[in-house]
Design a protein around this ligand. Structure first.
Ligand code: ZN
Length: 408
């Protein structure tokens, strides 16, 4: 039912029967388009009930290809123990421990479908792990470029999945530049590499859009009043918004939409800055620094689409400091029993701020996206502890623990 690809800038159509990257005319992001009236005739949301609890339950609205699956998607929608009407969509339970599994499962599925053999990606960390896993499952080569200071888990998992890893001295933008520079040389074509960078091929958005289908299905086909989403590259935000439009065309939901909220780290907040200034694209954030490595994206390629969605949905853009993120990570662990990725815990910081300023009312249903598992950030989350304990050991002091007094 996939009919063509459409440029999100100029509207030009391109064939979907071959690998495509971005619009050759204006470098706009290409979206997959389907014959939705035909799908509406042949498929109803009631038929989902009997289907597999993975993102492929929505295969009626995904490209027709044999999936490379590790069981991704249909993650739990957990009711918050702390706030009524708040749900935590726990993407940390995906294969490879993050939401990146969805996009890369779809991208690798289509790459194999088109007969591609070698896939390249610049990544802040979790996308690299996901590509490496799905490439391994599909029998394809993965070539990964990531910052040398990525969380240890990302480096080790890529190694174990058999990917070719290049550690770059810099940020994801430097990794992307390295990939772009290599493309200019004939090496790239000679080797037959294909770029699966964020939004530079059409199918990662298709995988991520299943989060939007799940939010609707798991809430009984009612839209929440808000969705808070940690935004690095923003693929999930794009995908969910696309899913809502598709579902409306299919008659599964009406015209109502949630307010879409971007949360970014105060150490790298290009979308928050652009949103506050009323701009339609972002400027490259200089000296990006945050322990939430997935949010260290100085300029998302899809910024023009992200900002458009925030505006259309009457949403907001909120930043959270590393200290706030760390506190929220610990708070969620203790209160909710969810050991979240720092990016995910940033949603709690944003929700508190939006409740405090009256943007959300207690009765509003709001979905917070925990995009990954804290288990992938052990070295990152342990570092502040180490800093504290080394500061303490430098200055010995008597502490009383359970009646035993002694210097520690
Ligand atoms: Zn175009």
């Amino acid at each position: 039912m996939l009919t063509h690809l459409e440029c999100t800038r100029c509207g030009e159509h391109y064939p979907a029967d071959r690998p495509q990257s971005v619009c050759p005319k204006d470098a706009g992001i290409l979206y997959a388009r389907y014959d939705l009236p035909a799908i509406k005739k042949n498929f109803s949301s009631a038929r989902l009930l009997a289907r597999t609890p993975t993102m492929w339950r929505y295969d009626a609205i995904l490209p027709d290809a044999n999936p490379v699956s590790l069981g991704e998607g249909f993650t739990p929608m957990l009711s918050s123990r702390e706030f009524s009407n708040v749900y935590i969509k726990d993407e940390g339970l995906n294969p490879t421990g993050s939401f990146k599994a969805r996009g890369l499962a779809a991208a690798v599925t289509m790459a194999r479908h088109f007969g591609l053999k070698k896939l390249a990606i610049p990544s802040a960390g979790n996308a690299a792990g996901a590509l490496a896993a799905y490439a391994a499952a599909a029998g394809l080569e993965a070539h990964i470029f990531m910052p040398k200071d990525v969380p240890m888990a990302n480096r080790i998992e890529c190694d174990y999945y058999g990917a070719n890893v290049t550690l770059v001295d810099g940020l994801i933008s430097d990794c992307a530049k390295k990939v772009a520079d290599m493309k200019k040389e004939d090496f790239w074509d000679r080797e037959g590499w294909f770029d699966v960078s964020t939004t530079k091929e059409p199918y990662r958005v298709e995988g991520k859009k299943t989060m939007g289908y799940e939010v609707a299905e798991q809430l009984g086909w009612r839209m929440p009043q808000g969705i808070i989403y940690p935004t690095g590259g923003g693929v999930g935000l794009l995908g969910m918004w696309k899913a809502f439009d598709e579902m409306e065309a299919l008659g599964w939901i009406g015209s109502e939409r949630p307010k879409m909220i971007t949360v970014q780290s105060a150490g790298c907040a290009p979308i928050v800055k652009a949103f506050e200034e009323g701009k339609s694209s972002s400027e490259t954030w200089t000296d990006a620094a945050t322990l939430a490595s997935g949010l260290r994206v100085p300029k998302p390629y899809g910024d023009y689409l992200i900002l458009d969605i925030l505006k259309k949905s009457k949403g907001a853009a909120v930043s959270a400091t590393d200290d706030e993120i760390l506190e929220a990570t610990r708070h969620w662990s203790k209160v909710e029993g969810i050991f979240a990725a720092p990016e995910g815990a940033a949603c709690l910081v944003a929700y508190r701020k939006l409740r405090a300023n009256g943007f959300f009312k207690p009765e509003d249903t709001v979905v917070l996206f925990n995009t990954g598992s804290g288990l992938k950030y052990l070295d990152v989350l342990d570092a502040p502890q180490k800093a504290v304990s080394s500061a303490q050991s430098a200055k010995p002091q008597a502490r009383q623990i359970a009646g035993i007094i002694g210097p520690y």
